[in-house]
Design a protein. Structure first.
Length: 172
C-alpha cells in the first residue's frame, strides 16, 4: 500500500517576504556606510551614528519578523529560517571585516606615512598619504605631527619622535 505524498507547503506571504527583504538591503547599505566611515570618507561620527541606528533597527525588524513568521507559519519554519539567514550572515561577516579595515589601512600606508613623517612638509591642506587622509602636517619641537582628518573638533593622528625617548620632567 502506498500513501500519497504530503502536499508541498504553500509559499510564505508576499508581504512577509518583502518585509524581510527591505531590512536586509538596508543593513547592507548601513554596512557600506560604516565601511566608508572606517575608510575616512565623509564625517565619521555622523555616519557611525546613523548607520549604527540603522543596523539596530534592522536587527529589531528581523527579530520581530522572524518570530512572527515562525508563529504564524509553523509548517513553513524551514522557509522562514532560510529567509532570515542572509541577515544573520551579512552581520556575522561584515562586522569582523570592518574591524580589520583600520589595520589593513595602516599596513598599506605605513611606508608612505614614514616617508611623509621623515620629509615633514608643513601643510594645512588635506592630502592623502597612502590610504589615510591627513588634515595637516606640522613640525613642532623637532617632531613631526601628522593629523588625521577627524570628526568635528577632534585632532587625532601620529607623531614621529626623534630617536631618543622624550624627556619626562615631573615632580622630583
Amino acid at each position: 500500500m502506498t500513501y500519497p505524498a504530503a502536499p508541498p507547503a504553500p509559499p510564505l506571504p508576499r508581504w512577509w517576504r518583502w518585509a524581510m527583504t527591505v531590512p536586509t538591503v538596508a543593513a547592507g547599505l548601513a554596512i557600506l556606510a560604516l565601511l566608508a566611515a572606517v575608510l575616512g570618507l565623509g564625517e565619521p561620527l555622523l555616519i557611525l551614528l546613523f548607520a549604527g541606528c540603522a543596523l539596530v533597527g534592522c536587527g529589531l525588524a528581523w527579530l520581530i519578523l522572524t518570530i512572527l513568521g515562525l508563529l504564524r507559519h509553523p509548517g513553513r519554519r524551514h522557509r522562514v529560517l532560510t529567509r532570515a539567514l542572509p541577515a544573520v550572515l551579512i552581520v556575522a561577516v561584515a562586522l569582523p571585516a570592518l574591524a580589520a579595515v583600520p589595520r589593513l589601512r595602516w599596513s598599506l600606508s605605513r611606508a608612505a606615512m614614514e616617508r611623509a613623517a621623515t620629509e615633514c612638509p608643513q601643510t594645512s591642506s588635506p592630502r592623502w598619504v597612502g590610504t589615510i587622509r591627513l588634515a595637516k602636517i606640522h613640525r613642532m619641537a623637532g617632531s613631526c605631527y601628522l593629523f588625521e582628518a577627524g570628526s568635528f573638533l577632534t585632532e587625532t593622528g601620529w607623531v614621529l619622535l626623534p630617536a631618543a625617548p622624550p624627556n619626562r620632567r615631573g615632580p622630583a
